[in-house]
Design a protein around this ligand. Structure first.
Ligand code: HAM
Length: 449
């Protein structure tokens, strides 16, 4: 690089986003709400690696799916030649872990996870190449009760988040035998109408005709609407399961529509499938999706074990929260420490630690590229920090062993409260002021003993 040439600016990989501090409070609110709802239904956290063997996803999700055919970030490990993939979803890894550690054979498990997923899709609003999911998997449960419970967990979450523009679609895709009978009729139906199929559908006709029902092509909507419906092929057991789910949903006033074309884009599902959809986000309106996947555990090497789960797209739900006017809480702290001079800086460090010991959040002023900062510029930063109080240490304060404690929450026009507090009383003073104000002013207080 030549010395006078400015280094080129770098940007993030296309379709992969930075989540900036301004959005952090909303993400935190979202994640905390989901985690407390999951806990209230007895779900336990599991963390699995972001990278897995490519064969896991090919086997779990299915070779003839969009994800496996064209969306996976797969690579060869240059150290040893292993074929690896950045996970496109979380279910396969969780099931692999459950088998590997014999978790499920101890009894059924309710598990949840969160983290980044990777799919090489064409980026657009609500569709990214790195996106975040929170997912839940109930492994080892056979009945329709747990399917309904998972759906009700989601409903509680939308309620807690104040999101009312999300509707539920459900369907049953039966078992392999029922799908085979339907599949034969479906292929015959599409063959009889071959001139109406697009290239994608023609390619899928014999490999995975069910997925043709999922087409977004407007020219094919009439064709797929009139196609044989899988629901009509369900036999007694599958129907009983589906009706069992519906009975619990109905009894608990969960509103839903049955969408016979809902087939999901991953091959591991059987019986119940569901999607939570909104019209507020344009084309990418599915905010949460899942279903039962009884064959998967055995399919990737475990003993036959039924399971059901879902995953939600965090970016989509955050956008929905913004649209629904969820107030954005600014980043805040309790105390900003202002200081001038070396001795004051030493004392500021000691005081800040003691205030943190008492459970308050403290931002200590540190030198920036622009310099150590005058009192005036430090006070401006204190105001901008959203802190409730500034603790100020200068030469006079050091001489008197006191700190000036200034209330930054005073409204405009009011005289500003400032007290001179001996060093050894600063912590008690702040705790009294801040925790004492707790009942009156929720916005500014972050006290967490
Ligand atoms: P999925 O339908 O592929 O299912 O994804 C679940 C959710 O992740 C979608 O409804 C959407 O909100 C979000 N999502 C998917 N792709 C993107 C993307 N490119 N950009 C932004 N958000 C996206 C699964 O992943 C299954 N593992 C769900 C499951 C769990 N089924 C059983 N257990």
């Amino acid at each position: 690089m030549s010395e006078n040439k400015k280094p080129e600016k770098l940007s993030a990989v296309k379709g992969m986003n930075d989540i900036l501090p301004a959005d952090a409070p909303l993400w935190e609110l979202f994640e905390n709400t989901v985690q407390s709802v999951l806990k209230s239904y007895g779900f336990q956290k599991i963390v699995t690696p972001i990278v897995e063997d490519t064969s896991l996803f090919a086997r779990a999700i299915g070779a003839v799916t969009d994800i496996v055919e064209k969306e996976m970030y797969s690579f060869t490990d240059s150290m040893n030649g292993d074929q690896l993939t950045l996970r496109p979803e979380g279910t396969a890894g969780v099931v692999r872990a459950v088998i590997e550690h014999n978790l499920v054979y101890e009894g059924p498990k309710r598990l949840w996870y969160k983290g980044p997923m990777f799919r090489h899709e064409r980026p657009q609003r609500g569709r990214y190449r790195q996106f975040f999911q929170i997912g839940a998997e109930a492994i080892g449960f056979t009945g329709p009760d747990v399917d309904a419970e998972m759906i009700m967990l989601c409903r509680r979450l939308w309620d807690d988040l104040g999101l009312d523009k999300i509707r539920l679609e459900i369907n049953s895709i039966g078992n392999a035998e029922e799908r085979n009978a339907h599949r034969a009729d479906l292929i015959a139906y599409f063959e009889a109408n071959e001139s109406l199929l697009d290239a994608e559908a023609r390619r899928r006709l014999h490999a995975n005709p069910l997925r043709i029902l999922d087409t977004k092509n407007p020219a094919m909507q009439d064709l797929v609407n009139n196609a044989p419906k899988l629901l009509d092929y369900l036999k007694e057991e599958s129907l009983a399961h589906f009706n069992g789910v519906r009975k619990i949903l109905d009894h608990n006033n969960v509103q839903y529509t049955i969408n016979p074309r809902l087939v999901r884009g991953l091959d591991y599902y059987n019986r119940t499938v569901f999607e939570w959809v909104t019209d507020e986000l344009g084309a990418q309106g599915t905010v949460c999706a899942g279903g039962r996947y009884d064959p998967l555990v055995e399919h990737i090497g475990g003993k036959p074990t039924p399971a059901v789960g879902f995953a939600m797209g965090i970016e989509r739900l955050i956008e929905l929260m913004k649209l629904s006017g969820e107030p954005q809480e600014p980043n805040q702290c309790d105390v900003y420490m202002v200081h001038q001079g070396e001795e004051a800086q030493m004392q500021a460090f000691v005081l800040a630690e003691r205030i943190r010991d008492a459970g308050l959040d403290v931002v200590l002023h540190c030198a920036a590229a622009s310099g150590a900062g005058s009192f005036k510029s430090q006070m401006k930063k204190a105001d901008a920090s959203g802190a409730a109080y500034a603790v100020i240490l200068g030469e006079d304060e050091i001489a008197n062993k006191t700190a000036a404690v200034k209330d930054l929450r005073g409204k405009e026009g009011e005289t500003v409260q400032q007290a001179s507090v001996p060093f050894d009383q600063v912590v008690d003073y702040l705790v009294d002021e801040i925790v004492g104000a707790h009942d009156h002013d929720h916005d500014h207080v972050h006290y967490h003993p």
